[in-house]
Design a binder for this molecule. Sequence first.
Ligand code: CO
Length: 649
Amino acid sequence: MTASPTTVSAEQTAHPLDPLSPEEIARAVAVLRAGPAGAESFRFVSVTLVEPSKEALRGDHSEVARTAVAVLIDRAANASYEADVDLRTGTVDRWTTLPHGTQPPIMLDEFDEVERTCKADPRVVETLARRGLTDLDLVCVEPWSAGYYGVDDQGRRLMRALVYTRLTADDNPYAHPAENLVIVYDLNAGEVVEIEDHGVVEVPRATGNYLPQDVGPARTDLKPLEIVQPEGPSFTVDGHHVRWANWSFRIGFTAREGLVLHQVHYRDGDEDRSVLHRASLTEMVVPYGDPSPVQSRKNAFDAGEYNIGALANSLVLGCDCLGEIRYFDGVANDSHGNPVVIRNAVCMHEEDDSIAWKHYDFRKDSAEVRRSRRLLISFIATVANYEYGFYWHLYLDGTIEFLVKATGILSTAGQPAGERSRYGQTLNGDGLFAPIHQHIFNMRLDFDLDGAENAVYEVDTIVPEENPTGSCFYTVDRLLEREQDAIRRADAAKHRFWKVVNHRRRNAVGEPVAYRIVPTDAITLAAAPDAHVSRRAAFATNTLWVTAFDPRERFPAGEYPNQSRGGDGLPAWTAANREITDRDLVVWYTFGMHHVVRLEDWPVMPRQHVGFTLQPFGFFDRNPILDLPRTVPRGRSDTSGDGCCHGPE
Ligand code: CO
């Protein structure tokens, strides 16, 4: 229905949680340019909304200030800043110089600068020539975040650039890595700091292309598959507010996280019940298992180091999304502070989802079946070689699911032709391989389950020592009272899950109402505990963390993980060991994909997905979707008969 892009103008930003509009970003930047950030050497990493507190949201919305927070870099001073701008008064309310060496996320423009400047550096040109790479138009210089490996970076804003080449203009460069070569680049100084050449490995020549001209004629055996909703979709949209079935929520978007869900509520009878105050993907890390000088430095934090929201794709109807789609634009900014509207960054639509429930009464030869459907709210980001699709699924029965769909191209490595590295999958006989790695994600889930004051239990299934039949098992709940108690790993042998409860509200059998977290894909870091990446991505060493709510605690690896030495974020906050019982709390959930590379992942990876589920667990008093309408069998128009789908007639 609404296939055309929708722009939300400044006048429509009526709600205090609406993301900053392009006009608001432009205004914040103008205020800063006229004030402390007037010098040409300033770059704007991000300009985003200061989200109002829960208290403010409960009050009169016209009283809530619109405030922008900007993260800036002054290249000339090699320094970083944060600033708050009151958009109503046009004043800079806060100007903070960040501690020396704090490195805000990498800006998209910096990628281009690195490639351009590296190719113009005679030392780089000479190094490339030693590997036979003389046609610079075909060479790809790919900047990776510098990370931290125990060597003092002296406050420099660094990237580590890797090199690939194409054989022709349309060729896939990841088939041709120039192994053992790293160009260390200082973004603020705009210069090559060092070229690390760990020895020439012949660049693999075999191609890995996937365009129609490379793979031959497309198959012809698939008939059209249309998704039609003749009466339109079942959701209604008012600005950034969405209602669908019993659900309501607000759509947010930030440069750092991309899609954010705010104020996720479920209407239970006449009552609007709160489930989540705010939910988003807040960090991810992709560590590689190969110890070589180049591959062991691949440890990208794609959210915190690259601002994954700013890397969102503009989605295309019929390609990225199929059906009756409603799009939302994402708004970010470029490094000069110009607003950038990412058209159709967020896609929302309904999908049929098989059966919701069914029972066939064999005594009566009669079946009751109800169809399930789900609402998808998603965005897709491209981080150099990889694509990540982030999908929220809301189900009619109160279940919430989050999936990450990974596709795109493997990050490859070179080895001498004929060798087989134990640290990856050899992809061809020409020296190309793809190292083993992990993609570990962390979600910040600010539960407000029937109110802000919640608690968390761990639920294990145990086999008791006194076991008369040998076949006994039952569950035991353990309250996680303090932050240190709540640093937990999944345990498949105990069928472990966690539940968030509200002790003040009881269900029909007197238990506190609850949602459970079903820990699927609950992987943790494979790296040793004393590895640099384990300290920097401590969130990924455990499945569950729970913290007392603090609006300043937003990102699990800290506010600025780029080049961080570790210790920020969850490990620092939970050291206080605050009480988390019947408090406003935040759940941090870690999951991911342990990527043992397959041959089938090359040259472009068939979509894989990982995720987790939040499920009502005594939140309702019975199955909440008994009221779904009977489905009418295809070809029959009446709904008056008994059970809808009981065999041929
Ligand atoms: Co992977």
